[in-house]
Ligand binder design. Structure first.
Ligand code: FE2
Ligand code: FE2
Length: 474
């Protein structure tokens, strides 16, 4: 853990009163008195610390002030008499302004698409949202929803309820405005504000607006929805896993000639696609801890608990491999940290997290989506490694990641976990498979979205605002 210092304060000041006692200085703060030996210190300097604007603080914070005063400030900080200037109301106001402008931006985009969006659908989204908020939502509604984007929206609401319930309030406000709902006071209740929290909200609202706008498009029916899954007996978790792997292979074969996969082999698209791809890989890997944490937090018997703890220990930090490839490809780190991921990449991580939280069996099946199906090679890595337009070692870090994944048998984690499940009812098998196929489709659609966004529409590699996903001037 990093060490604590006065640099962690934005505007520190000394919250105390002083009186001189001969060689000593008596400091009184919040009813408590302390004596300090300050003979060699300029008493004036200490008195100046009462004012957070005093130049003395700048000198101290920049290390230009004599260390004796610095040591004294450190001691006073330990005693809790250095305080942060209270600007919390300003911070609240800034946060409210940012949320307002995010809502405004979302409304502007939705209004631009209002001819494509059926009000009845918006109404049904609003009802789902409220049911999730009230705890009256059944996840069967996700399982059986035929419209891909509406199914994802429902899954996102379920996810945000636990991961960031404030997003549900923001999204609700957007829908109320669009639907002209008279709900009285629109002011969002805010209990506390976390620094930079707005970015997380912005990412979620972007995927919300994206799914709403796409929900009425011609390609909104679920591709991998199966009514004909033949389940006629109860089974073991392992058999269920093997069945879902087979279904996944069938589905993936059907989309193996997707525009993304075709473009991947074309050198003229590889510069853009490689960067966009590894950015996406980085974001998904970076979310590993949030995704696995709800599953680990369950009361699991020892063998499963041990498996998950081991998986956690082996996988944590692997985003560094993908980040390194991004850097090698020339992606700017500051851009990477401040950009908004593609809406479906964001949705993939959020829906996956929801499964780990509330649909654990489907989560166990879905681990193969990020770790790879047994025996399968990473085609993207190998195509880009042999590309004529890059140096040989352009994705060395990602190839090392793949080798490590093989070494650690991560493609078999899903089976290892499922081998601990001795019985699954017919209904539960069907639910888990349908959810698994939804997440698999989400993953495939995220790649297609990446192709459309960066290759077809030539949009910026590192979008910094929601608008960047919707503007038409590109
Ligand atoms: Fe990994
Ligand atoms: Fe892995």
């Amino acid at each position: 853990m990093e060490s604590w210092s006065i640099h962690q304060y934005e505007n520190p000041y000394l919250d105390a009163e002083f009186s001189s006692q001969g060689e000593c200085l008596e400091i009184t703060s919040q009813g408590e008195s302390f004596e300090i030996q300050a003979s060699s210190l300029d008493g004036c300097d200490i008195l100046r610390l009462i004012n957070p604007r005093d130049e003395c603080w700048q000198l101290l914070l920049s290390g230009k002030k004599e260390s004796e005063l610095g040591d004294l400030v450190e001691q006073m900080d330990e005693l809790g008499i250095i305080r942060e200037e209270n600007q919390s109301l300003d911070h609240l106001q800034t946060f409210r302004r940012r949320v307002d402008s995010l809502v405004f931006e979302a409304l502007e985009i939705l209004n631009q698409h209002d001819e494509e969006i059926d009000e009845k659908i918006l109404e049904s989204i609003w009802i789902d949202l409220n049911n999730v908020r009230k705890g009256e939502f059944s996840s069967n509604e996700v399982v059986n929803e035929h419209n891909f984007y509406l199914a994802i929206l429902k899954g996102l609401f379920c996810s945000w309820k636990y991961s960031n319930s404030f997003v549900l309030e923001v999204v609700s406000r957007i829908l109320e405005e669009v639907l002209n709902k008279d709900v009285g006071n629109h002011t969002l209740e805010i209990g506390f504000v976390i620094k930079d929290q707005i970015k997380e909200i912005q990412e979620c609202v972007t995927s919300f607006v994206w799914c709403v706008c796409r929900s009425q498009g011609k390609d909104s029916e679920r591709h991998f929805f199966r009514e004909d899954i033949l389940i006629d007996c109860t089974d073991t978790g392992l058999n269920l896993g093997i069945t879902s792997e087979k279904l996944a292979r069938d589905c993936l074969d059907a989309v193996s000639s997707s525009p993304y996969m075709k473009a991947l082999y074309q050198p003229e698209h590889q510069a853009v696609l490689a960067r966009a791809t590894y950015i996406q890989e980085y974001f998904i890997n970076e979310r590993f801890v949030e995704i696995i944490a709800p599953a680990i937090a369950k009361k699991l018997p020892l063998p499963l608990k041990a498996l998950f703890r081991r998986y956690y220990a082996e996988e944590i930090g692997h985003e560094a491999f993908e980040r390194q490839t991004c850097i090698t490809l020339g992606v700017n780190c500051t851009d990477l940290d401040s950009m908004i991921p593609l809406p479906l990449t964001q949705a993939f991580c959020d829906v996956f997290t929801w499964l780990a939280n509330e649909e654990v069996l489907a989560y166990f099946l879905s681990i193969v989506i990020t770790e790879g199906l047994p025996g399968e090679k990473n085609i993207i890595n190998s195509v880009l490694a042999s590309s004529s337009i890059f140096p040989d070692d352009v994705n060395r870090a990602s190839l090392e990641h793949e080798d490590l994944n093989d070494e650690l048998n991560h493609q078999m984690i899903s089976r290892l976990v499922l081998s601990q499940i001795s019985y699954v009812s017919e209904a539960e098998q069907e639910r888990a498979i349908k959810l698994f196929l939804l997440v698999l489709e989400l993953n495939c659609r995220a790649w297609d979205e990446l192709y459309r966004h960066h290759v077809e529409e030539k949009r910026p590699l590192c979008p910094m605002s929601m608008r960047a996903f919707f503007t038409t001037e590109n």
